[in-house]
Design a protein around this ligand. Structure first.
Ligand SMILES: [Fe+2]
Ligand SMILES: [Fe+2]
Length: 479
C-alpha cells in the first residue's frame, strides 16, 4: 500500500502547476492595474490639481444624541405650528390669509416629515418622535393660539416663531459636523428655503393688516409678550439664556382657545346658506347660453367655494389628536390641494371676466359640518363630498377637452387627479380612526349624523330625512 505522503506528492505538484498557469492566463486576460497607463483613465494626465477645495471641517457642536434632541424639538415646533394654523383657519376671514395658511400648513408638515425621517436615522423611531411632548413648547403654542385677533395670531407666527426657527435652523447648519451630519444640514437648508418664502409673505401680510386698520403698536406689544414666553425656556433649542416669564399668561387668564365655529368670510364676499343651488341663490341674475356654460360656471364656483374644504380639513387636523404624524402629513397635503382648488376657481372666475367676490359664496356644507364631531365631518367630506365630485369633474374635463376648451379641461383634469388621492388617503385614515375596515359602516353612521344636522338647521324636513339618498345628501353638503 502506498503511504499517504507518497500519494500526495504528485497532487501537490499538479496544484502548483495549476496556480502558475492560472496566474499566467489572468495576467493576459486581467492585466495588473498598478503601474499601467489605463489606471489614469482616458485623456490627459493632469500636472496640476486645482479643483474646488472642500473646506468643511470635522468635529461639529453636537453628538448624535444631542443632535437628535434638537431635531426632536424642531419636529414638535413644526407639528404644533401647523396645528395652530389649522386651529385659526376657520376664524381667519381674509381670503388671501386663509389660502396662504392652507399652503403653509403643508410646508410645515413637509418640514416635520423631513425631521422625523432624519431622526429615525439618529437612533430614534417614528413612534418616539410622534409621542414626544414638552410642557414648555406646548405653553408657547397655547400662548400663540390665544391671540386676540387673526392679525395678532399672524404676527405671532410670522413675526416671532418663524424668525426664531430660521435662526435656530441656520445656526444648526453652521455648527453641526459638516461631513458626519451632512444629511441634517441638507434637510434644514431645504426647510429654510420654504421659510424664506413664508417669512416674506408674513411680513407683507402683517403690513396689510396694519394698513387695513389694526393698531400696529398693540400688535408689536403682543409679539414681545410671546417672545418673552419663548425666551423664558431657552428659545427653540432650549439652550439660549433663559429670561423671566411674563407675569401673566394670556392662556391662563382667558378662557381656553376654541376654534371658530363660523366659517368667517371677509366683507368682500356675499354669502348664502339656505340652499346648495347657485341658481336659486343668484335669483336668476346670471343668464347662461348653454347647459355646458351653466355646468362650467357652477363647477368653477364650487372649486372657489372649496374654501370650506380647506376649513373642514383644518378643523379635522386641529381636533383629531393621538394619531401618528402620518395623519397630519396626509391631511396637510389635502388642505394644500383644496387651497389650490380654491385658487383655481378664483382665477378661473377672473379669466371668465368676473370679479370672483361678486359671485356669492356657498356656506351650506361647512355650516352642516362645523358642529359635527371631527371624525364625522372628515367622513362626510370624504365619503360623500369627494366621492361624489371625483367623477363629475372628470366628465366635465373630458367634455371641455372635446369642445377645445383647454382651460376648463386642464383645470378639472388636475382636480380629478387630486381628488382621487384624497379618496384613497381619506378612506385609509377613516378606517384607522373608526377602528373598522367597513366603509359601509362608517358611511351609515355619518349619514345618520349628517341628516340630524340638516334637520337641526331646517334644511330638510322629517319626511325627506326618511327617504334621502346618498347622492342627494352628497349634493347638499358635498365638497
Ligand atoms: Fe377639492
Ligand atoms: Fe378634496
Amino acid at each position: 500500500m502506498p503511504t499517504g505522503s507518497q500519494s500526495e506528492k504528485p497532487l501537490r505538484n499538479s496544484l502548483r502547476l495549476h496556480k502558475v498557469t492560472t496566474f499566467m492566463t489572468e495576467e493576459k486576460t486581467n492585466p495588473s492595474w498598478t503601474g499601467s497607463r489605463e489606471l489614469h483613465g482616458q485623456g490627459t494626465i493632469l500636472s496640476k490639481f486645482d479643483f474646488p477645495k472642500d473646506e468643511r471641517a470635522l468635529g461639529g457642536a453636537y453628538r448624535v444624541d444631542e443632535n437628535a434632541e434638537l431635531l426632536q424639538r424642531y419636529f414638535l415646533f413644526e407639528r404644533l405650528l401647523l396645528r395652530a394654523q389649522a386651529g385659526w383657519l376657520m376664524g381667519t376671514p381674509e381670503f388671501e390669509v386663509k389660502v396662504e395658511y392652507g399652503r403653509h400648513i403643508y410646508y410645515h408638515s413637509e418640514a416635520a416629515m423631513k425631521l422625523r425621517t432624519r431622526l429615525t436615522e439618529l437612533r430614534s423611531t417614528e413612534d418616539i418622535v410622534d409621542s414626544f411632548t414638552s410642557p414648555e413648547i406646548e405653553e408657547v403654542f397655547r400662548e400663540l393660539i390665544s391671540a386676540e385677533s387673526p392679525a395678532h395670531f399672524l404676527a405671532g407666527v410670522y413675526g416671532v416663531l418663524l424668525p426664531h426657527l430660521i435662526s435656530a435652523y441656520t445656526i444648526h447648519t453652521q455648527t453641526t459636523d459638516q461631513v458626519a451630519d451632512a444629511p441634517t444640514i441638507r434637510i434644514l437648508k431645504q426647510i429654510l428655503s420654504d421659510y424664506t418664502e413664508m417669512y416674506l409673505w408674513g411680513k407683507e401680510a402683517l403690513d396689510a393688516y396694519v394698513r387695513g386698520g389694526y393698531d400696529g403698536a398693540n400688535i408689536v406689544f403682543s409679539q414681545m409678550h410671546l417672545e418673552q414666553v419663548l425666551n423664558s425656556f431657552g428659545g427653540v433649542t432650549g439652550r439660549t439664556e433663559r429670561s423671566d416669564k411674563p407675569a401673566q399668561l394670556r392662556s391662563s387668564t382667558e378662557s381656553p382657545f376654541q376654534r371658530s365655529f363660523i366659517a368667517t368670510r371677509d366683507p368682500r364676499f356675499t354669502t348664502f346658506e339656505h340652499t346648495y343651488e347657485y341658481k336659486i341663490a343668484d335669483k336668476g341674475k346670471i343668464v347662461y347660453n348653454t347647459v355646458f356654460d351653466e355646468t362650467a360656471l357652477n363647477l368653477i364656483r364650487s372649486q372657489r367655494d372649496e374654501l370650506d374644504a380647506i376649513e373642514t380639513f383644518s378643523n379635522v387636523l386641529y381636533e383629531i389628536r393621538d394619531v401618528p404624524f402620518g395623519f397630519d402629513y396626509d391631511i396637510a397635503r389635502i388642505i394644500y390641494d383644496e387651497t389650490r382648488h380654491t385658487e383655481l376657481g378664483h382665477k378661473a372666475l377672473q379669466e371668465l371676466g368676473y370679479d370672483p367676490f361678486d359671485l356669492a359664496n356657498r356656506l351650506l356644507g361647512i355650516k352642516v359640518r362645523t358642529k359635527m364631531p371631527a371624525e364625522y365631518s372628515f367622513a362626510e367630506i370624504n365619503l360623500f363630498g369627494e366621492a361624489n365630485i371625483v367623477q363629475e369633474v372628470l366628465r366635465h374635463s373630458r367634455e371641455a377637452y372635446s369642445m377645445g376648451d383647454e382651460l376648463n379641461g386642464k383645470l378639472f383634469d388636475y382636480v380629478n387627479a387630486d381628488e382621487r388621492t384624497h379618496l384613497s388617503k381619506g378612506i385609509r385614515w377613516l378606517k384607522y380612526i373608526f377602528k373598522t375596515d367597513s366603509v359601509q359602516e362608517i358611511t351609515q353612521k355619518t349619514k345618520d349624523i349628517a341628516i340630524k344636522r340638516l334637520l337641526e338647521l331646517g334644511i330638510i324636513d322629517h319626511e325627506v330625512a326618511l327617504t334621502i339618498s346618498h347622492k342627494e345628501l352628497a349634493k347638499i353638503i358635498g365638497e
